[in-house]
Ligand binder design. Sequence first.
Ligand SMILES: *Cc1c(COP(=O)(O)O)cnc(C)c1O
Length: 409
Amino acid sequence: MIRLNDNFQSLPKNYLFSEVTKKVQNFKQQNPDKELIRMDIGDVTLPLFPCVVEEINRAVEDLAFKATFKGYGPEQGYLFLRDSIAEYEYARHAIDISSDEIFISDGAKSDLGNLGNLFSVDCKVAVMNPSYPAYIDDNVMDGRAGSLKNGVYSNIIYIDCDPENNFMPNLPETVPDIIYLCFPNNPTGEGITKSELEKWVGYCLKNNSLIIYDAAYADYVRERHIVKSVYEIRDADKVAIEIRSFSKNAGFTGLRCGYTVVPKRLLGTYSNGVKESVHDLWNRRQTTKFNGASYISQKGATAIYTDDGRKAVRSATDYYLKNAGMLKEKLKDLGFECYGAINSPYVWVKSKVGKDSWEFFSLLLENCGITSTPGIGFGSKGSGYIRLTGFNSNENTLRAIEKLDLLNK
Ligand SMILES: *Cc1c(COP(=O)(O)O)cnc(C)c1O
């Protein structure tokens, strides 16, 4: 018998994106002459940087000739890239992370899913509400989420983030074993301060819990008091794994490359009480189930760690931040409560028409021809919000801003 993993039956029925597509198609059919501006895009729109393309071309040439050809690379990633990351992302910020604590992958989403391999199905998991949906779905597939009732999993601790706590999660009363934190946050766009994150690291040190820290938007941080890396906090390398990606800062969403830091000081405990290095476990997992990210994408990523590459990351993230900032200012002028857009490309906008994010979504679509993502797709605390993004052209963003005037008509 082809017996299936029953956990898949417990996955949430996610109609969000198909529902968005359906409503947009309907709108197009009924308004064939009206312009539609996509402000729901969760993908970058600028092309790869010239310095990255040059390096990729050189890498292709390497593979084309016998003398420079490369076959399997190290499962952990090439040292040229791991050394660059250790230097530019950590050493230059006075953070002590060594190259062999950095594991290169084909992106953050894979690592987020694969990390579940290392931890007991009995671990209690905490997730911010709202949040990037993969954190919960990965744990459902692994069998860690429990049963689903009224949109809530029995074994997940939801940490509510709303204006009352400035979108900063409060420490939960029931102590979780694993806590997912994402800062700067998708979807709320808010960053975390050093003192807020210190609370979490302290809590985990005291309770023996793990933080899985998703820093996919680290390069969008502009304010000095906002944290880029969890390891800016003292002793965080005893309790935190950090996941980063070249997708949102350097346009690698199609090319694919990211990395995960698993510090050597991080220890876990088997059910028989034996302690083990999580770093060694992850290394064992990767060498068995992964043959490394492609040489071409790793070479491309290395170009990000040059003077030209640094400037290009800054200018691309500035571009998206500017778009998001303009959207936010306009919506504030129109009397909306909005969040984010200072240290992230996302604007989180509170509805004035009620608690349902779909009503707000429809109003924006029908009055202005603007698409958005209904907040409810990110969790129950997203209800009554929509997410807009800076991932469009400056020109389209300016046109969207003009059209927003039609909202109050
Ligand atoms: C986009 C995104 C990811 C996925 O990044 P990839 O490296 O492209 O897989 C992970 N986490 C968050 C919060 C994201 O927004």
